[in-house]
Design a protein around this ligand. Structure first.
Ligand code: FES
Length: 117
């Protein structure tokens, strides 16, 4: 019984985003959820990261930016955001919320539990 409860909690926390191939390299896919849009990014090396789809500058859609290495350039004013921390690259300051994401096989899983910074 207890095991069933644990599995139910785990199923709620992680949602399947789709296949890795569905996310363009150096781009992103947007997951819409009650707390707001989350951008799931794919690097040229097939690493994935997830950030709130709101630039810490003026709320630009980070999912429409281009990924270079482990950073994304905001399409509005070109701030660079670290994908692994959500922090703006200095001298800019600010942070986009981060979410856990993992790849199993070719499937991408996202947790809607924001990572505490
Ligand atoms: S809103 Fe992203 S750089 Fe200004």
């Amino acid at each position: 019984m207890q095991q069933a409860e644990t599995m139910a909690v785990a199923a709620e926390e992680w949602i399947e985003v789709g296949r890795l191939e569905d996310i363009p390299r150096q781009g992103a896919r947007v997951v819409r959820c009650a707390q707001g849009d989350i951008a799931v990014f794919r690097t040229v090396d097939d690493e994935v990261f997830a950030l709130r789809d709101r630039c810490p500058h003026k709320g630009g859609p980070l999912s429409q930016g281009i990924v270079h290495g482990k950073r994304v350039a905001c399409p509005l004013h070109d701030w660079k955001i670290h994908l692994d921390s959500g922090l703006a690259v200095a001298p800019d300051e600010g942070c986009a919320a981060r979410f856990p994401v993992r790849v199993e096989g070719h499937r991408v899983w996202l947790s809607l539990k924001e990572v505490a910074t």
